[in-house]
Design a protein around this ligand. Structure first.
Ligand SMILES: *[C@@H]1O[C@H](CO)[C@@H](O)[C@H](O)[C@H]1NC(C)=O
Ligand SMILES: *[C@@H]1O[C@H](CO)[C@@H](O)[C@H](O)[C@H]1NC(C)=O
Length: 467
């Protein structure tokens, strides 16, 4: 079972041989581009001829095999992992809610539920069901309401600040709360994501012992909490089923509910040279809206629609490609083509319709459309956030006014032109050479180390574990 591959051998293997390969690939790419231009000049979308048809067939089969052997998750294993994660997080949240202070003017507390988000819950996770993201909604003291505002000019694009409104003015009794959880900003008190995160980490840690004891038959759990990072729960099931021995990490993201399945998250928006986010900044997570959009699309599209498969294959190719790149571009590549960027491009393309065109038969064509669309975005240095400031969203995803009317956000704004140009070049290169890249990086030498270890694990590894 592919999903079970893992292990930690030979981390450095990826470097060797990458440079000559790059040179060769640039030449090959030129050839491909020339061939394409000539083909396109002939009028047809696809160069005709027996050779081209054969090449298209083998391209398709290389992509299909790549998908089946390396990317597709076994629903069975994914199901088991999700069940474990759900059970452990439910226990922890229940304990943390119970251990909260009595709700009062001083207290922040857990709302008591949790929200599963991210690719594992949107059917486009690849490789291994080993990392998960969960929002943990918090509750403000009674009579305090969050008042989100775009943090224009204060931080990276798309950041928010969270003002607070007391329904009956600011009585003196809120002062201890403000001292514990707020920072001054432009003369007003704002909820601080940094202080909330710190409280959340400590609070979970205090509850962990009881939960660990209760679950000891089922799994071993630990919690890593580094300053400024989201607490991450590590779960190692002790199950009889071989398939369930995948260790999982779960990022627990404290979130302030804004109503209608929208949350401010203590998760600074990612980007290059993002300053260590000031403690007042919050991210906005619309992933429930994304899930709604995805299920709406699923209803509208043909049953055999390949849009999620396209996204998975593109993520897979991106990750393979990364192995041949050198720093600093290697990290930029991953940031520019983040899963969120890929997903956003997919949304935009899907909604240009018609959805029938996404039938499984057209997998290669749609994947190529997606690659070319992204390439154009990179060249123009513009890919707009799909939800923020989009007044023409389908009605299935009802967004609150303040978001529809928010200024639109360019997801690529943080990157410089040369970086985006290089990414555009490498992207198209990766696509034209996909079969070659798949063959090259799928040799056992590259396969041994899990290709991209779970992002949460990778993050945790860089920092000392604070159990
Ligand atoms: C919301 O959170 C999920 C999980 O961390 C993440 O994948 C997604 O990019 C976030 N959405 C936004 C808009 O930040
Ligand atoms: C806004 O939503 C529409 C779908 O209704 C979509 O076609 C368009 O691409 C979106 N705009 C942006 C900037 O993503």
């Amino acid at each position: 079972m592919q999903a079970l591959r893992g292990g930690a051998a030979g981390e450095g293997a990826a470097e060797a041989g990458s440079v000559p390969f790059l040179k060769g690939s640039a030449l090959l790419l030129l050839g491909c581009l020339l061939a394409r231009c000539c083909g396109a000049a002939g009028g047809g979308p696809r160069p005709g001829g027996v050779r081209a048809a054969g090449a298209a067939g083998s391209r398709r089969s290389a992509l299909e095999t790549f998908y089946a052997r390396q990317l597709r998750l076994s629903p069975h294993v994914l199901g088991h992992s999700k069940a474990h994660v759900g059970r452990v997080v439910a226990e922890l949240v229940r304990a943390a809610k119970a251990q909260g202070l009595q709700p009062g003017p001083l207290a922040l507390s857990l709302r008591g539920d949790f929200v599963r988000i991210g690719s594992a819950y949107e059917q486009h996770k690849v490789r291994s069901p080993d990392c998960f993201d969960i929002l943990v909604p918090l509750r403000l003291p009674p009579h305090l309401e969050p008042q989100p505002r775009r943090a224009d000019g204060l931080g990276p694009h798309g950041a928010f600040v969270c003002g607070l409104r007391a329904r009956a003015g600011w009585p003196r009794r809120y002062r201890p709360f403000a001292e514990g959880f707020c920072v001054e900003l432009q003369g007003r008190s704002h909820l601080s994501s940094g202080l909330v995160l710190r409280w959340f980490q400590g609070h979970l840690q205090r509850c962990l012992g009881a939960v660990r004891y209760r679950l000891q038959e089922r799994c071993r759990i630990s919690l890593s909490a580094c300053p400024g990072r989201l607490p991450t729960l590590h779960i190692l099931p002790c199950s009889d089923y071989v398939c369930c021995h995948i260790s999982m990490s779960v990022r627990l993201i404290p979130a302030i509910p804004l109503g209608d399945a929208l949350y401010l998250t203590a998760l600074p928006p990612e980007g290059p040279q993002a300053p260590p986010a000031p403690e007042a900044l919050w991210g906005l997570n619309a992933s429930r809206q994304e899930q709604r959009l995805l299920s709406w699309l699923k209803e509208q599209a043909p049953a055999s629609s390949c849009h999620l498969k396209c996204l998975q294959i593109l993520k897979g190719l991106r990750d393979l490609r990364r192995q041949g790149l050198e720093e600093p571009f290697c990290s930029q590549w991953g940031q520019v083509l983040s899963s969120y960027v890929l997903k956003t491009a997919l949304f935009s393309l899907l909604l240009q319709g018609p959805l029938d065109a996404w039938d499984e038969r057209f997998l290669v064509e749609r994947l190529e459309d997606l690659v070319l669309y992204l390439r154009d975005c990179l060249r123009k240095q513009v890919l707009m956030h799909f939800f923020l400031g989009n007044a023409s969203l389908p009605e299935a995803v009802a967004l609150p006014r303040f978001l529809k009317e928010a200024a639109p956000v360019n997801l690529l704004a943080a990157f410089d032109g040369p970086t985006l140009d290089l990414a555009a070049f490498q992207l198209i290169n990766t696509w034209f050479q996909a079969p070659h890249i798949i063959r090259m990086y799928s040799s056992p030498r590259y396969l041994r180390p899990a290709l991209t270890p779970c992002r949460h694990v990778a993050e945790a590894r860089q920092e000392p574990l604070g159990e």
